[in-house]
Design a protein around this ligand. Structure first.
Ligand code: HEC
Length: 241
């Protein structure tokens, strides 16, 4: 109120510097307006305005979930996957057959005969000359040990003479382990309850998404407040000019 009257009462003698100030103030106002517009757009884009979580979020989670699943799948899960079975393992074993036999009493070749290898001692096939590291490694071939070994033989056993790069897919490692288990071994196959584990992953991802969303909303709000404050200041400054 008082500002307005001050403005009217001010004699316009120093128009030169006043115009200059007005031009500068105009640019600042324009910039502030631009910022406000952008932050509104950003708010729209990130659904910052809507009080409800957007429905499309479900799709985002699904994509992330597949990724997470691929990285974090356990041997227990892989062993229980559809399509991971003895016959799939037999096909994978074609890669091993160049060096290994698996029939009962089969000859040792470049590598030892693998009949009954699941559950038996590491480096324990009689008549085969192991590398030093495998001969003294110790332990038995359980599901997890076989998984780690076939994933990266040299990483698992530094100095092994098994000249095989490994199987990169856990489905292949699980299937070939099932095939070996069906040839002279009989380890129980670990149980895996799919629904429970999937829900855990789902919830974790959903929580993270929600947190990120809340952060974005907060950031957008702060921007808007800033812009409003700035334009108010400018109005006040202009008024008192
Ligand atoms: C290029 C030859 C070669 C290929 C291919 C190969 N292996 Fe081997 N494997 C070996 C050799 C050699 C050893 C003995 C390693 C040592 O003594 O360090 C061995 C050892 C093993 C052992 C340990 C056996 C024991 O007595 O403890 C297992 C299990 C095994 N291989 C499984 C496989 C499987 C499964 C595949 C296919 C996915 C495979 N190997 C492919 C050469 C090979």
């Amino acid at each position: 109120m008082t500002d307005k009257t001050t403005n009217d009462a001010t004699p316009s003698t120093d128009t030169g510097s006043g115009d200059l100030f007005n031009t500068a103030a105009g640019w600042v106002l324009f910039a502030a307006g631009l910022g406000l517009g952008l932050s509104i757009l950003a708010g729209k884009h990130f659904h910052g305005d809507s009080p409800q979580r957007p429905e499309t979020l479900g799709y985002v989670i699904e994509g992330v979930e597949i990724e997470a699943g691929a990285v974090e799948m356990t041997m227990d899960e892989a062993l229980n996957m559809e399509g991971v079975d003895v016959s799939a393992g037999e096909r994978v074993f074609a890669k091993c057959a160049a060096c290994h036999t698996i029939d009962q009493g089969g000859a040792n070749g470049v590598g030892p005969n693998l009949y009954g290898i699941m559950g038996s001692s590491v480096g324990g096939v009689s008549g085969y000359e192991y590398s030093g590291v495998m001969a003294s490694f110790g332990g038995q071939w359980g599901w997890d040990e076989m998984n780690d070994w076939l994933n990266n033989p040299r990483g698992y056993m530094d100095g092994t003479k098994m000249g095989f790069a490994g199987l990169s897919k856990i489905e292949d490692r699980a299937a070939v382990a099932l095939y070996m288990n069906a040839n002279g071994s009989n380890l129980p196959i670990p149980e895996y309850i799919a629904e429970a584990a999937e829900e855990t992953v789902d919830e974790t991802v959903a929580d993270e998404e929600a947190e990120a969303l809340a952060d974005q909303e907060a950031a957008a709000e702060v921007d808007q407040n800033d812009a409003e404050a700035t334009s108010e200041e400018i109005e006040a400054a202009e008024a008192s000019d």
